[in-house]
Design a protein around this ligand. Structure first.
Ligand SMILES: C[S@@+](CC[C@H](N)C(=O)[O-])C[C@H]1O[C@@H](n2cnc3c(N)ncnc32)[C@H](O)[C@@H]1O
Length: 277
């Protein structure tokens, strides 16, 4: 044994690249305006497992905070304290965007390094685990940060029901994830109007992704819709989960009472509980 594992090396190279991709993305797209950063969208994400009202007074963590969109939603929901973990160069954007900084502790690190506080009521990871090649250490860190009876809530991209879209996306991503920002924004612009037309068509035909387009995409501003397209194409690593894979991820992290929900036919939310001793 030399201690040199090429697989581990390759996976950490890709992890660093994905974090770098997000650093560049969030320095360019800093704000969380409109429906994209609203409590209304947060309610939609949490449903049917939680309501924002249940978080009032809680002490929570968030793995992968980006520009602080979810942190501000948590604050608006009335949490007492948030530990926000973000490893990318956009860490300073996160700090600038936080509305009640006295209630938030920001850590510039990866999710697996979330300290084992052992007293958090909830840990959230929204739109993050699907960008980590080996997410188990982050799930284990969430487990250790919670108190017994605390909950881990995740949202990830879904595989089921998206096969046509995913085939198209995978082909496009092979090329798009290597593009510089200016070319990627041109590609986004080329896709934007056909997508708006497709969304209108969904009002008359039962086309794939229609539930997501009506429930979420249509409510966003044109600027945030473009960001959503950019976000699909930019990160080096993205995995699309089946419901069973999400459930297994939380069970492998020792969570109990794991429940999964197929959200708007395109993604999965899941919640698990750290058992009482
Ligand atoms: C799609 S963004 C989601 C941001 C935020 N949760 C939201 O919903 O607005 C994914 C975030 O995860 C972060 N990330 C990537 N790898 C990570 C890791 N290993 N640990 C923690 N965060 C990570 C990225 O830097 C990025 O800001």
């Amino acid at each position: 044994m030399t201690g040199h594992d090429p697989l581990v090396k390759r996976s950490s190279v890709s992890m660093n690249q994905t974090i770098q991709d997000f650093g560049e993305q969030w320095v360019r797209y800093r704000d969380n305006e409109g429906y994209y950063g609203s409590l209304e969208l947060f309610s939609d994400i949490l449903s049917p497992f939680l309501t924002p009202g249940e978080l009032k007074g809680c002490k929570v963590g968030e793995i992968g905070s980006g520009t602080g969109r979810i942190v501000n939603m948590l604050l608006e929901a009335g949490v007492n304290h948030v530990v926000a973990v973000e490893p990318s160069d956009a860490f300073y954007v996160l700090r600038e965007n936080i509305r009640q900084p006295d209630k938030v502790k920001c850590l510039k690190t990866t999710g697996d390094q979330l300290p084992a506080f052992g007293d958090l009521d909830y840990v959230f990871s929204i739109g993050v685990l699907h960008h980590i090649q080996d997410p188990i250490p982050a799930v284990e860190a969430a487990f250790k940060a919670l108190h017994p009876g605390g909950h881990f809530f995740v949202w990830v991209y879904g595989k089921e029901g998206n096969s046509l879209y995913l085939t198209f996306l995978m082909l496009l991503r092979m090329y798009a994830k290597h593009l510089p920002h200016v070319m990627l924004t041109s590609l986004v612009e080329m896709m934007y109007w056909p997508l708006v037309f497709y969304m209108k068509l969904c009002h008359v035909c039962p086309l794939p992704l229609r539930e997501y387009l009506f429930a979420i995409f249509e409510k966003m501003s044109p600027q945030k819709r473009r960001l959503v397209i950019y976000d699909q194409l930019n990160p080096s690593f993205a995995k699309y989960y089946t419901g069973l894979e999400v459930e297994k991820l939380l069970l492998d992290g020792n969570f109990k009472d794991v429940r999964v929900h197929h959200r708007h036919g395109y993604s999965w939310t899941a919640i698990g509980t750290k058992p009482q001793r």
